[in-house]
Design a binder for this molecule. Structure first.
Ligand code: PGA
Length: 251
């Protein structure tokens, strides 16, 4: 089964609105029409979503948010809802990124509530999972990732177009990439887990991105693995030429 690769640039807490617009234009200029074979998008900060959306409107990049709340509105100071993101032009939201789990106390239960709400509102989801170095060294990578996948999808009847991103925490922003074999092993496990929950057809269609120090020099090898269907790119997505090179590797 040939799945369409998906590449997303997670800009994290970087760039002003003006800088975001500039980077979006540069990305469009660099990749040109070179991404018809796959889906490509960027995830700016909340404040830059609308303006970045206007820049990429003309191209065929999708707009993603980096987080959302699990309610549509209410007394949740500082939060942004899935409904608002949709209205701001987003088609995707990244949920459960390890930085959210690590620095903002997001548990599988919170992640699950967010995933449910986003899907309910019609926003597509990139659900992030991944083990820490301690967990990998303790030999519990499989248990952790399985728990995060099952926890994140708990009570969700169908996953539709949902995407899962496998991001080993020890590989994020560290320059250490999982080898393509290490990544493939976990991707295959995620697909088996989803097959258990939703059947083999849904699992075959599921796109699983790899994230964690993806760069132009390692992208092609990672994306060549049978269960790796693109990437979630942090650091390298802040450089238009590097991001474009990764996109070309995926397309
Ligand atoms: P990195 O980040 O590419 O900078 O390692 C990936 C991510 O956190 O999504």
């Amino acid at each position: 089964m040939k799945r369409r690769n998906i590449v997303a640039g997670n800009w994290k807490m970087n760039l002003t609105v003006a800088e975001s617009k500039e980077l979006a234009s540069a990305v469009l200029a660099e990749i040109g029409e070179g991404f018809s074979g796959c889906e490509v998008g960027v995830a700016p900060t909340f404040v830059a979503l609308s303006e970045t959306g206007k820049v990429i409107e003309s191209g065929s990049l999708f707009l993603a948010a980096q987080n959302c709340h699990f309610e549509n509105d209410g007394a949740y100071t500082g939060e942004i809802s899935a409904r608002m993101l949709l209205a701001a032009g987003c088609s995707y939201v990244i949920i459960g990124h390890s930085e959210r789990r690590q620095f903002f106390g997001e548990t599988d239960v919170i992640v699950n509530r967010k995933v449910r709400k986003a899907l309910q509102e019609g926003l597509n989801v990139i659900l992030c999972v991944g083990e820490t170095l301690e967990e990998r060294e303790g030999g519990i990578t499989g248990d952790v990732v399985t728990r995060q996948v099952k926890g994140g999808l708990d009570g969700i009847a169908g996953i539709g177009e949902l995407v899962i991103a496998y991001e080993p925490v020890w590989a994020i922003g560290t320059g250490k990439t999982a080898t393509s074999e290490q990544a493939q092993e976990v991707h295959a496990l995620i697909r088996r887990t989803v097959a258990e929950l939703y059947g083999t057809e849904a699992a075959d269609c599921l796109r699983i991105q790899y994230g964690g120090s993806v760069k132009p020099s390692n992208a092609a090898e990672l994306f060549a693995m049978p269960d790796i269907d693109g990437g979630l790119i942090g650091g390298a997505s802040l450089n238009a030429a590097d991001f474009a090179a990764i996109v070309r590797a995926a397309c």
